[in-house]
Write a protein that binds this ligand. Structure first.
Ligand code: SAM
Ligand code: SF4
Length: 337
């Protein structure tokens, strides 16, 4: 029973890496496809979609997820992509994963939520993050190459009406692109009762336009919002977003400071790509081919051994900004943000 312990009534082999970090959070990308073309994530054209046969089936996803939950102590799962809601019958997968009794969440661009939110909530989805990088229709269209701001705003309302809680809005802040909307977004969050999370721009854009100068760091974000709506820091949790509370009681904002204040030392996250590659870091260079193993008839023990090997190989951190940093070969939409 070496390394095996009882956890919440189940037998688990916790996923502990060489630096003592215990992994509990799983990101599952369900597709590399998307109905938007955000420049910081996907090229406008030319990206080859994965052939359907290379995507994990829902049953394959559920098998890996179940193993990770029941044996390895994963207790939160987030579905992402590409755009997860373009995968047909996503609610069926949500229902299958909801049975695992984990904290189940979804990250989406929100464009289809007007239609999908109630069904997803019914299927067992608990919380949702909607990405939105501009509140100005013309800028939104420039950033996503789609004229759909109205649909995304309706989608956020639909998520609130469906009882998803919390509804968070993810804003990737890019200098000279949308950083003049920081206060507008803060006001939007306060007015609509959603938690706005500002995300530092990361070097995962398919067009490779990222430079250190394009990043607006957490200190500047908090200072600029705080000038209009004074903020105070909330004690940091293991969540990637550092939280700040409005001094007047108007709620909170989050800042995901992946670049200027990397949270690698407390990272508890692993990822499964849409084509069944297991990754121990968003920026990992190496992937572990779980799909081939599943399709070769491997036992749960064999699959579990690969998952453990992958976590054991995790590096200390991504090293963005240091000379040794190497961009991963795949962009954000292909890895699953
Ligand atoms: N399509 C969904 C969406 O847009 O929310 C899910 C996938 S998207 C890749 C997941 C998250 O990654 C989004 O919040 C998006 O804004 C963020 N993202 C994409 N590229 C990024 C980059 N280069 N730097 C920081 N965040 C990025
Ligand atoms: Fe699509 Fe999301 Fe990437 Fe935008 S950020 S292109 S919505 S996957």
């Amino acid at each position: 029973m070496n390394g095996v312990q009882s956890y919440a009534g189940r037998v688990t082999r916790p996923l502990i890496d060489g630096f003592g970090r215990v992994h509990r959070d799983l990101r599952i990308s369900v597709t590399d496809r998307c109905n938007f073309r955000c420049g910081y994530c996907m090229p406008a054209e030319g990206l080859q979609w994965l052939p359907r046969s290379e995507l994990l089936t829902f049953e394959e996803i559920e098998r890996v997820a179940r193993l990770l939950v029941e044996r390895h102590g994963i207790d939160s799962i987030r579905l992402t992509g590409g755009e997860p809601t373009v995968r047909a019958d996503l609610s069926r997968l949500v229902r299958m994963l909801a049975d695992l009794d984990v904290d189940l969440a979804l990250t989406t661009n929100g464009a289809t939520l007007g239609l999908a939110a109630a069904g997803l909530a019914d299927a067992g989805l608990r919380r949702i993050n909607v990405s939105l990088d501009s509140l100005r229709a013309d800028r939104f269209a420039d950033l996503t190459l789609r004229d759909e701001l109205g649909r995304v705003l309706d989608g956020i309302d639909a998520a609130l009406s469906a009882g998803l809680d919390p509804v968070k809005v993810n804003v990737v802040v890019m200098r000279g692109v949308n950083d003049d909307e920081l206060v507008d977004f803060a006001r939007f969050g306060r007015d609509r009762g959603v938690v706005v999370r500002f995300i530092e721009f990361m070097p995962l854009d398919a067009d490779e336009v990222w430079t250190p100068r394009s990043v607006v760091g957490v200190d500047e974000i908090v200072a600029r919002v705080g000038e209009v709506f004074p903020l105070e820091a909330v004690v940091r949790t293991s969540a990637p977003a550092t939280q700040f509370r409005y001094c007047d009681g108007g709620g909170v904002i989050g800042v995901v400071a992946s670049v200027t204040r990397s949270f690698c030392d407390s990272c508890d996250r692993v990822r499964l790509t849409a084509d069944g590659q297991f990754r121990n870091c968003l920026f990992a260079i190496e992937e572990f081919d779980v799909r081939s193993l599943l399709r070769s008839g491997a036992t749960d023990d064999e699959v579990g051994a690969m998952l453990e090997r992958a976590v054991a190989a995790k590096w200390v951190g991504h090293g963005i900004g240091r000379v040794e940093f190497i961009r991963p070969a795949r962009s954000m939409s292909q890895i699953g943000g």
